[in-house]
Design a protein around this ligand. Structure first.
Ligand SMILES: Cc1ncc(COP(=O)(O)O)c(C=O)c1O
Length: 519
């Protein structure tokens, strides 16, 4: 096993940096110069009365500061980040090159449409491709995250029923394996959440589902493959049960990677779907700005109102006129805007390049490779003492797999949390732990297609080695990590509002004793 040591440096905060004090390296314009730049005297009140309190560092000091910080961080360029349900694929440099190209970076969201035809074409094509990939009819790139796509989707469900005069449709059905954002979005949109259990085979318990469906059901939110990495085998029956009760089917597309090129939510009966561009299509979460959670819909008629579900999408969306020019337009009966501006440009360009560079066949191969990676890992750890595979262990998984460390905990007292920390010591990012909530001591692993074969084997070896170490010396595993920049944190202090210091101002307030302390 490779030895791993993360960098340690007592790097000061940039505001504490002993940089150049006398001569500011960046010459700020004087107030007189600024007044000239501002021109109109009405803008004068905008001028600051005192210089900004910013650190004065030379370029070399600044670059070294951030390089040292980056050495103490871990990212997908260091090794795998197999955080099931929130995974990071490798971010291809070609996509980054275009997404961060000065032509894109220097655009302004208030520019007239005529001057951004190239970007609008990229967005239009991405809308079309995502619709083709998901089997939907129209996509809106507007939402800034998967969870915001969900919120848009449930508001569309609400509006759909309101347009039909069905004001008593106030329930959304969600399986108990769902990502927390599903019930949260439904609840934020004013719905009551009805939870249905998962059967021992990993599928939704059909009897419980049918019992939950009533004429108050506005719809169902489900991700397929589920957060257990299992394809929901009864999806057509579920769609039929929801549709025949007048409800709509919402697809949480966070797990689309496992289906790429093989199956489409639209063909399974889903009416609305969101996609996490930053998962399936390789743009980083955020990536210098907000992420992107496009939401798509099928052209389902809203009764005899003359409107379709696609007309309810959030906007603006990009449309192509008969003259071949692109423009931004609000769908006819849109639920409206969810955020400022049109869409998140960086992940949109990034995902466009990713899809363009892979093509239809490449996408299918990416999906296949991610499924293969998951199942190969499972194959390697199946039978390793200390771990078990919950819910139909022999059934192939899709994009991710959930392993339980319950046997290890019962035997040695070492918990999933400790296994995750011991993985950090071996140079791997931890998997998601304690989710989905229906699995005890859950380790949720999503390696994606970007992990080389050796990386999968090393990950499996590390899990095996940790289980052996737990049996020999459980305290050692419980005290991991040791090889990382920061060793084990006090979880309460690391999360409590009285100890978390998110900004420099909060830090100064704490120093002055103006904020409460955690005893
Ligand atoms: C299954 C599932 N649904 C929804 C989300 C929410 O997406 P986002 O993090 O983009 O808000 C995630 C998180 O990645 C997820 O794994």
């Amino acid at each position: 096993m490779r030895e791993y040591r993360q960098a340690r440096s007592s790097e000061p905060h940039i505001m504490e940096y002993e940089g150049i004090k006398s001569e500011p390296p960046v010459q700020m314009p004087s107030n007189e110069e600024l007044e000239e730049i501002l021109g109109d005297p009405r803008r004068r009140p905008l001028l600051r009365s005192s210089p900004p309190s910013i650190p004065q560092l030379s370029e070399v000091e600044l670059v070294r500061h951030y390089t040292r910080l980056s050495e103490m961080a871990y990212g997908v360029d260091n090794g795998p980040v197999p955080l099931g349900s929130c995974t990071m694929k490798y971010n291809p440099r070609i996509a980054k090159y275009y997404a961060f190209h000065p032509i894109i970076q220097n655009l302004h969201p208030l520019q007239p449409e005529e001057t951004v035809q190239g970007l609008l074409e990229v967005a239009y094509k991405l809308q079309e491709w995502l619709a083709a990939i998901t089997g939907m009819d129209q996509c809106s790139l507007h939402p800034a995250a998967g969870a915001q796509g969900e919120l848009a989707g449930v508001h569309m469900i609400r509006k759909y029923h309101e347009m039909l005069g069905r004001l008593d449709r106030d329930e959304i059905i969600v399986p108990d394996s769902a990502h927390g954002t599903n019930p949260a979005s439904a609840s934020m949109a004013g719905f009551r959440v009805i939870e249905v259990p998962t059967g021992s085979d990993g599928n939704v318990d059909m009897e419980a589902l049918k019992a939950a469906v009533s004429n108050r059901a506005a719809g169902l939110m489900i991700t397929n493959p589920s957060t257990l990495g299992l394809f929901e085998q009864n999806i057509l029956e579920i769609a039929e049960a929801i549709h025949s009760a007048g409800g709509l089917l919402y697809y949480d597309g966070a797990n689309l990677n496992g289906l790429l090129g093989y199956a489409r939510p639209g063909d399974m009966g889903f009416d609305i779907a969101h996609i996490n561009l930053h998962k399936t299509f390789s743009s980083p979460h955020g990536g210098g700005g907000p992420g992107a959670g496009p939401v798509c819909a099928r052209r389902v008629p809203v009764g005899d109102t003359g409107y379709y579900l696609t007309d309810l999408l959030p906007g603006p969306i990009v449309v192509k006129g008969e003259d071949g020019r692109y423009r931004l337009e609000m769908p006819r009966a849109s639920i409206g805007r969810l955020r400022a501006w049109w869409f998140s440009t960086i992940p949109v360009v990034w995902s466009y390049v990713y899809i363009l560079s892979l093509g239809a066949r490449g996408l299918r191969e990416a999906g296949e490779a991610s499924v293969l990676a998951t199942n190969y890992l499972l194959h390697l750890i199946r039978g390793v003492e200390g771990y078990e595979i919950p819910y139909d262990p022999d059934r192939p998984r899709k994009h991710e797999a959930v392993v339980s460390a319950r046997p290890l905990m019962e035997e040695t007292g070492v918990r999933a949390d400790d296994v995750a920390k011991a993985l950090l010591d071996r140079g791997f990012y931890a998997p998601t732990i304690y989710f989905p909530l229906i699995v005890e001591e859950a380790l949720m692993i999503e390696l994606t297609e970007s992990e080389p074969l050796e990386g999968i084997e090393e990950y499996a070896r590390a899990l095996k080695e940790i289980a052996e170490e737990a049996r020999r010396d459980p305290e050692k595993v419980k005290n991991a990590p040791r090889n990382t920049t920061v060793s084990r944190l006090d979880l309460v202090r690391a999360n409590h509002p009285r100890t978390v210091t998110p900004t420099w101002r909060v830090h100064l307030k704490r120093q002055r004793g103006e904020l409460g302390v955690l005893k």
